[in-house]
Design a protein around this ligand. Structure first.
Ligand SMILES: Nc1ncnc2c1ncn2[C@@H]1O[C@H](COP(=O)(O)OP(=O)(O)OP(=O)(O)O)[C@@H](O)[C@H]1O
Ligand code: SF4
Ligand SMILES: [Mg+2]
Length: 321
């Protein structure tokens, strides 16, 4: 398979009022054309930060190190103009609230036309027709009326469909979806997931799907990437029981997954201990304070992220290759 996105020792440090914060550390990982990668981990693990870094949306004064190659071009070495061009034509996003990118006082059709501004080969009428057709492709009835509606007139599910239409209009090679269904009720969520399955066939590239829902990962993704405290701890192929996940943290996440609980369970399991403070200097394995298998070596030596099997990676000194 061809790597569409390749991260090598990618690190990101944010400038905060309390000093520098290492929010992503030594991420080494490739995403291949044609695959869907689920990114999971507890709150604060760095999932959205990674998603935003791929979208080249960094807070002011953030410092990226290492490399992030998209089709061989280092995204964080590009000029802001080149980055904007790539976001309009190459890498697109679907967020939890899709309308952060929409103007509340302009009809959505006009905005969908504007999102195609990089298509200088198309006149306005063609762009309007493409937007109209895309609304229909994402399952909206009466797209002609929708085109003239304002964002506030749309329900959450319709908004998310419009958000997905906006992303698809850019013909992305890489689609980043950060918790696209979290804000929706269960029925609408199921419909949007169904739509995303269809989107998979429309995107001639790869999808990065950030979620807390392991059930969704097992039904939707080809590989899963497990993040913890800004680090990538494991990457493994997905099957229904996540049998390839072997890292102690991945095991703990699975044990706490509501979809793995039997109906009679009253106790909602959690992972004991706290997520580490990212300001503290890194020493040893980042999961050691919460890991039942940790020993002195784990606490003093940072395990490398090593290759296991053909497309798996693990950062643990104790799990055999
Ligand atoms: N602009 C920022 N300034 C300071 N700290 C930040 C900023 N953005 C993210 N962080 C910190 O980086 C860490 C990772 O945050 P991030 O939002 O990426 O986590 P997440 O895995 O997406 O969590 P969630 O599941 O809750 O969405 C957190 O400790 C967060 O507080
Ligand atoms: S390196 Fe040690 S502490 Fe870290 S996950 Fe593996 S066994 Fe646990
Ligand atoms: Mg997030």
């Amino acid at each position: 398979m061809t790597a569409l996105l390749e991260l090598r020792n990618f690190c990101l440090t944010l400038e905060t009022p309390d000093g520098p914060l290492d929010v992503l550390r030594d991420i080494d990982f490739s995403i291949n054309k044609g695959e869907i990668v689920g990114v999971v981990g507890e709150s604060g693990a760095g999932k959205s930060t990674l998603a935003n870094a791929i979208l080249m949306l960094l807070p002011p004064r953030a410092v990226a190190r290492g490399s992030m190659l998209f089709n061989g071009r280092d995204l964080h070495a590009l000029s802001p103009r080149e980055q904007r061009a790539l976001r309009g034509n190459g890498i697109a996003a679907v967020f939890q609230d899709p309308f952060t990118a929409f103007n509340p006082v302009i009809p959505i059709g006009k905005q969908l036309v504007e999102f195609q501004h990089w298509r200088r080969d198309l006149d306005e009428e063609t762009r309007w027709r493409k937007a109209h057709d895309m609304l229909s492709r994402v399952g909206l009835t009466d797209p002609g009326t929708r085109m003239w509606q304002y964002p506030r007139q749309l329900s959450g599910g319709v908004r998310q469909r419009v958000g997905i239409a906006a992303a698809l209009l850019t013909d992305p090679m890489l689609l980043i979806a950060d918790e696209p269904t979290t804000a929706l009720d269960a029925t609408t969520e199921a419909q949007i997931i169904e739509l995303l399955r269809e989107v998979r066939l429309m995107v001639d590239g790869a999808i990065v799907f950030v979620t807390h829902d392991l059930g969704l990962v097992s039904s939707f993704c080809d590989r899963v990437a497990v993040m913890y405290a800004g680090e990538l701890l494991e990457v493994a192929p997905v099957d229904s029981g996540f049998s390839a996940l072997r890292h102690p943290y991945s095991q703990a996440l699975l044990a706490c997954d509501p979809s793995q609980m039997s109906p009679g369970d009253r106790h909602f399991p959690t992972i004991a201990g706290q997520v580490p403070d990212l300001r503290a200097p890194r020493k040893g394995c980042v999961f050691a304070p919460r890991c039942g298998m940790s020993d002195d070596d784990c606490r003093h030596q940072t395990p490398p992220l090593r290759q296991v099997a053909a497309n798996g990676l693990i950062r643990c000194a104790k799990v055999a290759a």
